[in-house]
Write a protein that binds this ligand. Structure first.
Ligand code: ZN
Length: 155
């Protein structure tokens, strides 16, 4: 059995998350979201995954006071020389925070976090053949039209 070493994230990363929460996710301010480092990036459905968010279980919440987890691939995140720009790191963390939604628990007056799926899931080939055939894709189209690539965004 492999030993899975869990490391807590560096302070810089905690600060980055804190800034994002204050700016875009004030509803998450009262929740404890733990950042943990996985030693290496991993693959899901053939794609390299650099980070993932998961709502804490009832046990994790009750026993440890942790409402959610964000796991980050240390080999890519801390690569020297850097592989990810600060802007890209921020975009990734912003993405992971978007996976959290506040829900009521079965017990009254206690709130918990739930993990929500992505707004959009589709295939490029289908969009090429059929256009923006769903409402979500049309909304994406509007956002994409006004968006610039990360490296061209004003700071
Ligand atoms: Zn995601």
């Amino acid at each position: 059995m492999a030993v899975y070493e869990i490391m807590f994230a560096a302070e810089k990363l905690e600060d980055q998350i804190g800034v994002l929460i204050d700016k875009h996710y004030p509803h998450l301010q009262d929740f404890t979201i733990r950042l943990i480092m996985a030693p290496k990036a991993w693959k899901r459905s053939g794609r390299v995954v650099l980070a993932q968010a998961r709502a804490g279980s009832v046990r994790e919440r009750v026993l440890f006071g942790v409402h959610g987890w964000i796991e980050i691939a240390e080999d890519i995140w801390e690569a020297d020389p850097p592989v990810l720009s600060l802007e890209l790191q921020e975009a990734i963390l912003d993405h992971e925070l978007s996976h959290f939604e506040v829900k009521e628990t079965l017990v009254e007056d206690v709130l918990r976090l739930a993990t929500v799926p992505h707004d959009i899931e589709d295939f490029l080939g289908v969009i090429q053949r059929h256009g923006l055939y769903r409402e979500e894709l049309q909304a994406l189209g509007v956002v994409v039209q006004g968006a610039l690539p990360l490296e061209e965004k004003p700071a």
